[in-house]
Design a protein around this ligand. Structure first.
Ligand code: NAD
Ligand code: IPM
Ligand code: MN
Length: 368
């Protein structure tokens, strides 16, 4: 039996709460013959408390050696004043950079049962299925210089650098077009070429790759601010949206609300395919954060984390039937009315994190 090595990094706040529900699923699949081997380590504030770093060298080695990393969430007020380089979020950024996870896939799907859970009208979101492809290892997150300096007069100056190279844009563009070919054949590329040089380069490179390699796919260029507006005006016009690191961060939080809740949005962060082994480094993470306002209360929606595990089944292990089964179980549980508070209709009884996880396991049993 093939073994699948998973590194679990639950992190902070609701991270460990939602990761526990994925561990139930790992046990369920293992009981049916799949060979997942899990290790768990610290990341974020939890790692800082234990080791004064946001991720230890040992955990980085384990992440490099794993077939896939499952990541919960990091951050919280407790670590607001720790040195910038070891903030909880730095652990996640290091994982992305050191593992070369340049392609972040953030699918926003509105489950039929949740068409009334969005803050937008049912007809705007019903049937929604879009994919945001976010560049994840470049742009203003990583460009140098990045500094906050005190000047001679005592005032301060802060700099972040938005930086992209042709190669970085080419590879994320190819990921977007490849995905679109398996979907509805349309790519919308979002940048701000009207004010940013990186936007000018982005538009040029996307157009070049389109013309040379994917001319049969529909391409549109859209300014990122307009894209944000269009996402709430008429999101179903989109199929695949490809965009840079910062715009992708913001646009995906907007897209999350089209599905009913930020607690619904999973993601896959993928590296390049190794030409020799055919495998790629991968980390699966919900789009949401550590949700300090609800942490420790058993209220968190585990579906973004569960959906991220589903993406691991699909993208890292080629377990497509198992991924489909998990999606079906999720859809059925939602249709049955079992919901956490963030997606429950006002005035109805919501379940907690663990009950929703248990309901998914029960439905998997019923379906198999
Ligand atoms: P957040 O995503 O943690 O929470 C935003 C809002 O969404 C909150 O009201 C929260 O209760 C709600 N929410 C989020 N996930 C939910 C879930 N699964 N179920 C139900 N409700 C959910 O964003 P924030 O409050 O701006 O950030 C809190 C901390 O998380 C910060 O330190 C931030 O840096 C960090 N963060 C981490 C990640 C990550 O680890 N990938 C992502 C985003 C933010
Ligand atoms: C996300 C988060 C992260 C980001 C933070 C925690 C570094 O907001 O994954 O969306 O900005 O990329
Ligand atoms: Mn974000």
């Amino acid at each position: 039996m093939a073994t699948h090595k998973l590194l679990l990094l639950p992190g902070d706040g609701i991270g460990p709460e939602v990761m526990r529900e994925v561990e139930k699923l790992v046990r369920w699949f293992n009981a049916r013959g799949l060979g997942f081997e899990t290790e768990t380590d610290l990341v974020g504030g939890a790692a800082y408390d234990a080791h004064k770093v946001s991720i230890s060298e040992d955990a980085m080695k384990r992440a490099q050696a794993a077939d896939a990393v499952l990541f919960g969430a990091v951050g919280g007020a407790k670590w607001d004043n720790v040195p910038y380089a070891v903030r909880p979020e730095a652990g996640l950024l290091r994982l992305r950079k050191d593992l070369g996870l340049f392609a972040n896939l953030r699918p926003a799907i509105c489950y039929p049962a949740l068409a009334d859970s969005s803050s937008l009208k049912r007809e705007v979101v019903e049937g929604l299925d879009i994919m945001i492809v976010r560049e994840l290892t470049g742009g203003v997150y990583f460009g140098e210089p990045k500094e906050l300096v005190t000047l001679e007069d005592g005032s301060q100056r802060a700099v972040d650098t938005q930086l992209y190279t042709t190669g970085e844009i080419e590879r994320i563009t190819r990921v977007a077009f490849d995905l679109a070919k398996k979907r509805r054949n349309k790519v919308s590329s979002a940048e701000k070429s009207n004010v940013m040089k990186t936007g000018v380069l982005w538009r040029q490179v996307v157009s070049k790759i389109h013309k040379a390699e994917f001319a049969d796919v529909q391409l549109e260029h859209v300014l990122a601010d307009n894209c944000a507006m269009q996402l709430v005006r008429n999101p179903k016009q989109f199929d695949v949206i490809v965009t840079d690191n910062l715009f992708g961060d913001i646009l995906s939080d907007i897209a999350a609300m089209l599905t009913g809740s930020l607690g619904m949005l999973p993601s896959a962060s993928l590296g390049a395919v190794d030409p020799v082994t055919g495998s790629r480094k991968a980390l699966y993470e919900p789009v949401h954060g550590s949700a300090p306002d609800i942490a420790g209360k058993g209220l968190a929606n585990p579906l973004a984390m569960i959906g991220s595990f589903g993406m691991a089944l699909r993208y890292s292990f080629g377990l497509l039937d198992e991924a489909d089964l998990l999606d079906k179980a999720t859809a059925n549980v939602l249709a049955s009315g079992t919901r956490t508070k963030d997606i429950a209709p006002p005035g109805t009884n919501a379940v907690g994190t663990q009950e929703l996880g248990d309901a998914i396991v029960k439905e998997l049993n019923a379906l198999s």
